[in-house]
Design a protein around this ligand. Structure first.
Ligand code: ADP
Ligand code: RBF
Ligand code: MG
Length: 156
């Protein structure tokens, strides 16, 4: 996955829509899904997989740590490619319809299939722990402070 580094960090911006309705329900881990036009416009060099980065909801929001899944969720065998972001922060309310800005900062692993939902959940919990540590690195804090989060710029 070495060649993917060239495209990171990648700054993505788009609207949050209803997803598959199973993020919080069966996993306990909500994921904000992007509208399909945003997913379709992502550069081909951004391969399906699990990533970590920074995210901000709306204009007034705070930049938070996040991890995200890009692809077809092999465990659920989705028919369409999705980009879904789990923000590591407790929000009081849902934010469907809001503009979500994401800085995709680093690659964690490929999407995997699992033999049970508990194994998927454990894998995601490991991703979250990895994300928390990686984003404390100085070069990652620079991405958090990028102008992207303060202006109207951004891909898509
Ligand atoms: P859906 O299948 O519609 O995407 P989820 O169960 O995955 O539903 O929940 C995602 C929704 O929950 C988001 O669109 C957002 O409105 C809300 N939400 C609340 N807290 C978070 C969070 N920490 N990270 C991502 N989404 C969150
Ligand atoms: N789905 C998979 O099928 N395989 C995975 O390896 C996988 N890893 C994920 C890692 C993270 C950090 C997140 C947030 C989601 C991941 N998912 C994965 C997606 C998960 O199946 C999805 O969030 C739910 O299906 C809700 O839409
Ligand atoms: Mg979701």
């Amino acid at each position: 996955m070495q060649n993917m580094k060239s495209i990171l960090p990648l700054y993505v911006k788009g609207k949050v829509v209803k997803g598959f309705g199973r993020g919080s329900k069966s996993l306990g881990i909500p994921t904000a899904n992007y509208e399909q036009s945003v997913v379709d416009k992502l550069p081909d060099q951004l391969k399906a997989g699990i990533y970590f980065g920074w995210a901000k909801v709306g204009n007034q929001g705070v930049v938070e740590k996040c991890c995200l899944s890009l692809g077809w969720n092999p465990y659920f065998k989705n028919q369409v490619k999705s980009m879904e972001t789990h923000i590591i922060h407790n929000y009081q309310e849902d934010f469907y319809g809001s503009i979500l800005k994401v800085c995709v900062a680093g690659h964690i692993r490929d999407e995997q299939n699992f033999s049970s939902i508990d194994e998927l959940k454990i894998a995601i919990e490991n991703d979250i722990q990895f994300t928390l540590k990686e984003l404390d690195k100085p070069e990652m804090l620079e991405y958090k402070n990028n102008n992207f989060f303060m202006t109207e710029n951004g891909f898509a």
